[in-house]
Design a protein around this ligand. Structure first.
Ligand code: ADP
Ligand code: MG
Length: 293
């Protein structure tokens, strides 16, 4: 199911413009929405999930129109909010049973089958009878995904699901999403570049309410080709490097010098070498404003 977003704006009361003229096309597979804190990711996710209305603009999901067909949209959509409050006293299985009932799966047998299948899918069969309060961060996110999958929706929206997970849990969660993305649309928001890297066919970068990039990962990398530089600078130039907007990273070497990585159209420091750009470089390039050097 394709999602088409046109000229979407959200102004919160108090005049905070959280989204400005957002245009996006999201097809099947995994779509990454990347942006720093406060960019407007959760606002966009909540609008798509019909939790809050946009101020204006148009969102079409297949033939369904947001604002007109919200009831049907909810039927084909699963959502994992950024901050989800689970029912600590319930077991994983009871929680899914409860959500299944809320989602309108009427027959007890259908609920049982759906819950058993989902517990297996997110690899929580062993913990099905444990209370949610005993779950780790990664397990909570997996049961969260399982509830989003109840009713087999075509679209899954997950808002910053990997924040707060340890590295191992994060990788496992990414693999799960990748697997789920094979036969449905997944919209994944994150501020962690590595979440997008392995699995997203296309992505958008949101910065201060605006889409500053939309396209493929290859496309994104090509934007900073021949603009990423590395060099070693002496400690005496430390302050110089710290004040550059073009600075991406700086690492102190064992000899007390600094290894710096910069984005610039032209060589930013005598003797600097062009480097192979990575996604982090490109992300910083778009979210910090283009280098003017
Ligand atoms: P992100 O998820 O990318 O961190 P959000 O969508 O949560 O960004 O927030 C975008 C901007 O809108 C922020 O400046 C935030 O403070 C503001 N904002 C979010 N929710 C509300 C609200 N309910 N009322 C007023 N301002 C809000
Ligand atoms: Mg958010």
């Amino acid at each position: 199911m394709d999602i088409q977003i046109e000229a979407l704006n959200k102004v919160y009361s108090g005049e905070k413009q959280a989204l400005s003229e957002v245009n996006l096309k999201i097809g099947a597979g995994m779509f990454g929405l990347l942006g720093p804190n406060g960019a407007g990711k959760s606002t966009l996710m909540q609008i798509l999930a019909t939790i809050i209305p946009p101020t204006n603009g148009k969102v079409q999901m297949g033939s369904l129109l947001l604002g007109r067909d919200d009831h049907q949209i909810r039927q084909c959509l699963g959502y994992l909010p950024q901050t989800s409050r689970f029912f600590d006293k319930l077991t994983g299985e009871e929680f899914l049973q409860y959500i299944a009932l809320l989602k309108g799966i009427k027959s007890a047998k259908d609920r049982r089958v759906a819950v058993t299948n989902l517990l297996e899918k997110v690899n929580l069969q062993q913990q099905a009878k444990q209370r949610l309060k005993t779950y780790s961060g990664g397990m909570k996110q997996r049961i969260g995904i399982a509830q989003a999958l109840l009713g087999n929706p075509e679209i899954i929206i997950v808002d910053e699901p990997t924040a707060g997970l340890d590295p191992e849990e994060r990788i496992r969660f990414r693999e799960l999403l990748e697997d789920l993305g094979r036969d449905r649309t997944i919209i994944l928001s994150t501020h962690i570049v590595a979440d997008i890297e392995a699995s997203c066919q296309s992505l958008a970068i949101l910065d201060r309410g605006r889409i500053v990039f939309y396209g493929s990962i290859k496309n994104l990398l090509s934007k900073v080709e021949n603009q990423v530089w590395t060099t070693i600078i002496p400690e005496s130039d430390y302050l110089w490097s710290r004040n550059r907007t073009s600075l991406i990273s700086r690492r102190k070497t064992v000899t007390g010098e600094f290894e710096v990585r910069m984005i610039a159209r032209q060589c930013p420091y005598p003797g600097a070498q062009l480097a192979i750009p990575n996604l982090e470089d490109a992300y910083l390039y778009f979210t910090r404003g283009e280098s003017s050097e």
